[in-house]
Design a protein around this ligand. Structure first.
Ligand SMILES: [Zn+2]
Length: 116
């Protein structure tokens, strides 16, 4: 289990970095002053605090990656406190196959279907 957990953690860390780059390069390419200011602010913030700032923005190019960044970071902090892979609805173990499809998965198969 711990080897598998390490692999999932590596995938989450890689995705976190990709999302950070995706957001930063989108902002860097925007001529508007608002985006330039947001970009400057983000550069001064630690990565775990990016979503709280970004989720105020409704731009689809920011919203998608910001929500995903939040989910990825939530999974990483659950790993740190030993609560990774627990369904947020019923608190049973999330199936390993689901976590391998999406390491940031927060629900077991049953709860994600809205059953039970
Ligand atoms: Zn569940």
């Amino acid at each position: 289990m711990s080897i598998r957990l390490n692999q999932l953690r590596t995938r989450l860390l890689e995705e976190q970095q990709q999302l950070q780059q995706q957001i930063a390069s989108f902002l860097a390419a925007q001529p508007s002053q608002d985006y330039q200011q947001l970009h400057l602010k983000l550069e001064q913030l630690p990565l775990p605090r990016w979503p709280e700032l970004l989720l105020h923005w409704h731009t689809p190019e920011l919203r998608g990656p910001s929500k995903r960044l939040e989910a990825v970071q939530a999974a990483l902090s659950q790993m740190e406190i030993g609560l990774y892979g627990i369904c947020c609805d019923c608190e049973s173990r999330i199936e390993v196959e689901r976590l391998e499809l999406d390491p940031a998965e927060q629900r077991c198969a049953k709860c994600s279907l809205g059953v039970g």
